[in-house]
Design a protein around this ligand. Structure first.
Ligand code: G3P
Ligand code: MG
Length: 237
């Protein structure tokens, strides 16, 4: 019922292999990470559009090749203890999940619309090559179009729609995606919204809840999974 957000973003630099290991140590079986493409079309694990916040690089991720990204330090901004941590390729991330027996909620992070189709193609190709188990995988995205490509290319993998507003669309408009889950910003979730999601037969995940004392209130609304930066502070089940 608990997933580590960007690995375990409060415990280690987000979206690094160190963060994934911290999540595993805290006992969760699921993690969420973000993937996007390097300039040369390699899926890498990073959240922001630019390198500025979470590495010692500057400028857009999409303007750097994988080799260039690999020269950057993605740990020291968080703490000197993580100096030398690099931006993982998705392949490295998959290998780490397989080694630690972690299931993966993979967010297709879209900063540039022209990358939607190439990103999904590259991700699907890589994951199929690695023979990552389908039952340990969910594709998620804020972008309906990304999930449409996932559905077309690999329909067997479950799809989750991420949202931070609810009024702008209805569950009806998402029906064609044949979703498994809705991943909603916990700040906007109300019992009415939760009821409509559950009534549609969908799994309900919330992000990013870092206050364990609030968990019960959300579980009572029907929330199935809490995505948190602090998986060590929640009772994992
Ligand atoms: O997947 C849920 C959550 O990660 C979405 O927001 O900005 O943290 O990727 P963000
Ligand atoms: Mg994310």
């Amino acid at each position: 019922m608990i997933s580590g957000h960007r690995g375990a973003a409060a415990l280690a630099p987000e979206n690094t292999l160190a963060s994934v290991r911290k999540a595993a140590e805290s006992g969760v079986s699921w993690i969420e990470v973000d993937t996007q493409l390097s300039l040369d079309g390699v899926p890498i694990v990073f959240h922001d559009e630019t390198l500025n916040r979470c590495s010692n690089g500057k400028g857009k991720v999409a303007d750097h090749t994988m080799a260039q990204l690999k020269t950057l330090d993605a740990g020291q901004w968080f703490s000197p203890a993580f100096k030398g941590e690099t931006i993982p390729t998705l392949e490295e991330l998959l290998d780490t999940c397989l080694a630690l027996d972690l299931s993966l909620n993979l967010e297709l992070k879209i900063h540039h619309r022209h990358q939607i189709e190439p990103l999904v193609k590259a991700v699907v190709t890589l994951i199929q090559q690695k023979a990552f188990p389908v039952d340990k995988l969910i594709f998620s995205s804020f972008e309906k179009e990304a999930l449409e490509h996932c559905q077309a290319l690999w329909p067997e993998v479950r799809r989750g729609f991420i949202c931070e507003v609810w009024n702008g669309y209805s569950l009806d408009s998402l029906k064609s995606l044949d979703l498994y889950s809705i991943h909603i910003d916990h700040h906007i979730l109300t019992p009415t919204i939760a009821d409509s999601i559950k009534a549609a037969g969908l799994v309900l995940k919330i992000w990013t809840l870092n206050t364990p004392s609030k968990a019960d209130r959300f579980f009572k609304m029907g929330v199935d999974n809490i995505i948190t930066d602090k998986p060590d502070q929640f009772q994992v089940c």
